[in-house]
Design a binder for this molecule. Sequence first.
Ligand SMILES: C[S@@+](CC[C@H](N)C(=O)[O-])C[C@H]1O[C@@H](n2cnc3c(N)ncnc32)[C@H](O)[C@@H]1O
Length: 271
Amino acid sequence: MNLSWLLGGGHRNTKIREEPTPVGQDAFSDVAPFYDELMAAVPYRSWVDYVESILKRVGHEPRDVLDLCCGTGQVGAEMARRGYSVVGVDLSEGMVRRCERRDPPLPAAVMDATNLALKADSFDLVVSLYDSLNYIVEPEGLQRCFQGVWHALRPGGLMIFDLNTERALRIGLFTQDNVSTTEPLMYQWKSNWDGERQLCRVDMKFKWRGPGEKCEFHETHYERAYEEEDVREWLARAGMETLHVFDAYTFRSPGSFANRVYYVARKLKVD
Ligand SMILES: C[S@@+](CC[C@H](N)C(=O)[O-])C[C@H]1O[C@@H](n2cnc3c(N)ncnc32)[C@H](O)[C@@H]1O
């Protein structure tokens, strides 16, 4: 599918990075071919059920949907199977290329969420799941992202996104491995929390030990924690009203033990 209708002016393809991941850059180029295998246990369908339950709760019936930071397109393709018209954007060319392999293929483009170049008033819903926006490590970047989403949404349109909380990043949930299993893709991740910068660095080692050529690679991912108060303020500044903040997969407000929260924001209608 030709995505040119979607793109506003000024869009440039982001080049694939080949050497160690600088903070805030495409950190997924090496892992992209293995991403779906790595996420095999992730309940994407339930996540989309949850998004739909939020839509029902707020009485919103979207048609055109943007999967922001779509990765390999798991969320977007699931929504397309349910009848929405979906396109995706992601910083990583490697991830975007995998979107073609979805059933149905998800039309997707390489684009930086902090510098969105989308046509105005194109979407009824923007979704961004799986801590994607934590990967935006500069507050100014997240604010630009909200401004870009506002521009792309139709008046009254919704943005639904999740964020890992400071707690989740601080307590080391990303320190994990599967070395004691026989999974073909072996991983060992170690996370480090920098409270001053509110930044979690995760050093990731991967080893392919399945059929075919063996390979090994390392990636470094950075996620930033954001305070609810700031997120609400930046959404408001961008012209969006925060309707709800939920403890993930519930309709409760997040307590101090929440690891992931969902934001539901609406583009204000201009009279
Ligand atoms: C943890 S993955 C989640 C992918 C997908 N949303 C999912 O649910 O599988 C985070 C994604 O965010 C993308 N990403 C990170 N920073 C980005 C940015 N500034 N602009 C666009 N995409 C970004 C990464 O390339 C990656 O595909």
